[in-house]
Write a protein that binds this ligand. Structure first.
Ligand SMILES: [Zn+2]
Length: 300
């Protein structure tokens, strides 16, 4: 499933190639891809004719700012890809559910075999309805995250985005220590910290020297500081390498290029291979039906 670094890789590519482009037509061939709208034609009416002014990201969501001030939100779900097609005649991949064409330049296709992904145009709050901002996000001291949540009320519930929200280690400590669940659960809960999923949780916890099953309220100050640093460093490094593409998954950027960060993983998908720090074999356990990888020596 695409996580923050993969979504950020897609965002920067779209920002480069589609900002300033005017959407000519939108074809929706699977209504599930725009399921928040009453009908695909309602989605089309809100998108066709709009010019993309900017592309932002919050957690695993893409946010397209239109010239009329509205926002279109995209989520890749489990298996979604956004792919550029230079020529409209290029054969469409199976499971192409939405096609955006522009008054000039390549078209953009949303391909999603498992159909968990979606697009929608954000609805302003009804008059008198207060925005329900995440109590964790409200602890941020800077960055663009709060403004994005205010502009897209559907995303206001998202917890701290490790890159878009600035938060000191002391405030992160207050958040983490208020939880009594295991650490992997805390950092993958999108309503607490958004953008991190199965892969980067394992990489971040390894970098911080914290076991996946540590109870969050037991973390020491030193461990929280290491976690704080590991979140931003691991994610920034993964973005630099255009995200992770694994054998059984199919992440590619809009140009069709896979990521390269899988070559730099230190625990994820490395069961039995020597730890890069201590040479002990990396272990794999199943937590909530998903694989978790860790070093029993380096993580406490
Ligand atoms: Zn180790």
């Amino acid at each position: 499933m695409p996580e923050l670094p993969e979504v950020e890789t897609v965002r920067s590519s779209l920002a480069r190639d589609f900002v300033g482009k005017k959407i000519k037509t939108v074809a929706v061939t699977n209504g599930r891809a725009v399921r928040r709208h009453k009908a695909p034609k309602d989605f089309r009416a809100k998108v066709e004719g709009r010019t993309i002014k900017n592309v932002a990201r919050l957690g695993k969501y893409l946010i397209f700012g239109f010239d009329d001030g509205t926002k279109m939100v995209g989520h890749l779900g489990m298996s979604g890809q956004l792919l550029k097609a230079k020529n409209a005649k290029d054969p469409k991949p199976k499971h192409t559910h939405v096609v955006f064409t522009f008054t000039q330049g390549p078209e953009l296709r949303f391909v999603d075999p498992r159909t968990f992904g979606e697009f929608f145009v954000s609805e302003p709050l009804a008059e008198g309805v207060a925005l329900e901002m995440s109590k964790f996000a409200r602890l941020s001291v800077g960055g663009d995250g709060l403004a994005l949540r205010a502009q897209v009320p559907e995303l206001a519930h998202l917890g701290i985005d490790p890159l878009e929200d600035q938060i000191g280690w002391d405030r992160l400590a207050a958040i983490v220590r208020s939880r009594t669940t295991i650490m992997k659960g805390v950092i993958t809960d999108q309503d607490i910290i958004c953008g991190i999923g199965n892969i980067y949780a394992d990489e971040i916890l390894f970098d911080a020297g914290i076991r996946y099953d540590r109870s969050a309220e037991t973390l020491s100050t030193i461990e929280i500081r290491r976690l704080h640093r590991a979140m931003t460093e691991v994610l920034a490094d993964a973005i630099k390498h255009h995200g992770s593409t694994l054998d059984d998954e199919q992440f590619v950027d809009p140009d069709g290029n896979p990521g390269e960060y899988q070559n730099f993983h230190r625990v994820y998908n490395r069961e039995g291979l020597p730890c890069t720090q201590c040479r002990a074999p990396i272990q794999r356990v199943t937590v909530r039906q998903r694989s978790t990888f860790f070093c029993a020596k380096c993580q406490n």
